[in-house]
Ligand binder design. Structure first.
Ligand code: HEC
Length: 118
């Protein structure tokens, strides 16, 4: 019991380091991706499809499908610009390109919805 007490602060430290290490390992920062085209389908293919799949259906448990809940254009734009825990922020996608890309994502999500209702 006494040895446990002596080691407890050390054990807590190790656990804290492991947890924060995992957090920073999984956490994604900003993406350097800069669109070279106005074609948002192309941009989606280059920057998004590796996680969200070409039709927006996602992959596995980690990457959600775009139809998991109702998304608005503003929410989509925010996701692209600010990223999320496991999604990089695409700050270089902006203006009309951002608007058009968000519309493309909304289109994908609506198409997925109508497919799943069939
Ligand atoms: C590295 C993988 C990855 C890439 C690349 C990626 N995303 Fe994501 N995205 C995620 C994950 C994971 C989430 C879920 C939130 C989280 O845990 O980060 C997400 C969430 C989203 C959401 C919110 C979905 C919802 O249901 O709330 C939108 C919209 C989105 N991403 C759009 C995009 C677009 C557009 C691109 C390309 C510019 C893109 N993502 C690139 C991983 C990625």
């Amino acid at each position: 019991m006494n040895t446990l007490k002596r080691w407890l602060p050390f054990i807590i430290l190790i656990v804290a380091v492991l947890i924060s290490g995992t957090y920073f390992f999984l956490r994604t920062g900003d993406s350097d991706y800069t669109p070279q085209t106005d074609d948002v389908r192309m941009i989606y293919r280059e920057a998004c499809a590796q996680c969200h799949a070409i039709d927006g259906s996602g992959s596995g448990l980690l990457y959600p499908a775009f139809n998991s809940h109702n998304l608005s254009i503003d929410q989509i734009k925010q996701a692209i610009q600010q990223g999320d825990f496991m999604m990089p922020a695409y700050r270089k996608i902006k203006g009309d390109t951002l608007q058009e890309l968000a519309r493309h994502v909304l289109f994908l999500s609506k198409r997925l919805k109508s497919k799943s209702e069939e």
